[in-house]
Design a protein around this ligand. Structure first.
Ligand code: GRG
Length: 300
């Protein structure tokens, strides 16, 4: 089991390397007057992060028989949106976190105004990338349209931003489990779901396969957030690259607070099992299966 995962780790590293190189190229420093913001965009988007969303997109594309190189700009676009959400999430008006990915958060390394603009810059650059000649030139127009529409929906009011809105609305109040599940399905789940869906869409997979990828990601997204909440309680800040006990300090309702740690552990396993079952639609599912199970005991 462990040996198999070591083999798959190499594929994850390969995908991460592809995304990193893509982001480096798509976020160039051109000697412009406004380069301070591009520096902040690069600071937050490059050199860190597990690249799980990008890897999910590329792997679903591969196992659906698609061209991984053609999907790469979209994987980079998803990671740009993820990086933007982390920059804004760390701002004093949101979670007010000083550390991210083992270094000062963007507004700490630069300043608040630059961090705000860097987040906005990454969000816009993601969509510029999605419809760029490089991306759109390799896929037919209907696929480009659907990929871009799905990405916009998942990042927006009906997706990730919607989740953040519900989160803010419950500041100082305790949501019940159903509300917390709904909030997390949007805030964390929407981007993970769209990454998996987009991999299938880029490859021209069947609607049944897109639905299966969606179910995999919805279950995994929830398990991922529960594990994230657990790491805030029992994780090591130096491994995590950010402060622990931040949820408690901010009075946030988390899964450990609602369920307790042991029930969280069981939920992570149960949801991951359900996620893996949904992969039945795909013949070549070993990497995603191993990756999903490895996330149940992740330390960062
Ligand atoms: C428009 C102000 C404004 C905000 C954008 C902030 C925001 C909307 C949404 C918050 C989204 C968010 C931070 C969700 C948390 C999801 C989560 C568990 C992130 C950590 O993901 P990892 O572990 O991170 O994959 P790495 O660093 O590995 O990429």
């Amino acid at each position: 089991m462990r040996g198999r995962w070591m083999k798959h780790k190499e594929r994850l590293a390969e995908y991460a390397g592809m995304v990193e190189a893509g982001l480096d190229r798509l976020l160039p420093l051109d000697g412009l007057r406004q380069d301070q913001v591009m520096e902040a965009m690069r600071y937050s988007a490059l050199g860190g992060g597990k690249r799980l969303r990008g890897a999910f997109m590329l792997e679903f594309c591969r196992i659906s028989g698609g061209d991984v190189q053609a999907a790469l700009p979209y994987a980079c676009a998803i990671e740009m949106i993820h990086a933007y959400s982390l920059i804004h999430d760390d701002l004093p008006c949101m979670d007010n976190d000083d550390m991210r990915r083992g270094k000062p958060s963007c507004h700490r390394a630069f300043d608040e105004a630059t961090a705000l603009l860097a987040g906005d810059g990454l969000l816009n650059r993601a969509f510029e990338t999605a419809v760029s000649e490089e991306a759109a030139g390799r896929l037919d127009a209907a696929r480009v349209l659907r990929l871009t529409r799905e990405l916009a929906g998942a990042a927006g009011f009906y997706g990730m931003i919607g989740g953040q809105c519900i989160d803010l609305a419950y500041d100082g109040r305790m949501p019940d489990l159903a509300t917390l599940n709904e909030l997390i399905a949007l805030k964390t789940g929407a981007l993970i779901r769209v990454a998996c869906r987009m991999g299938c869409i880029a490859a021209g997979a069947s609607e049944a396969q897109i639905a299966a990828a969606d179910t995999f990601a919805a279950r995994l997204g929830l398990a991922f957030q529960i594990r994230d909440d657990m790491l805030d309680v029992e994780g090591d800040a130096s491994v995590l690259g950010k402060a622990t006990h931040a949820d408690e300090r901010q009075g946030k309702t988390t899964y450990p607070a609602l369920l307790g740690m042991e029930a969280c552990r069981q939920e992570v396993d149960r949801l991951t099992g359900e996620a893996v079952e949904a992969l039945d639609q795909f013949a070549d599912r070993e990497f995603l299966t191993e990756l999903a199970w490895s996330l149940t005991s992740r330390l960062k």
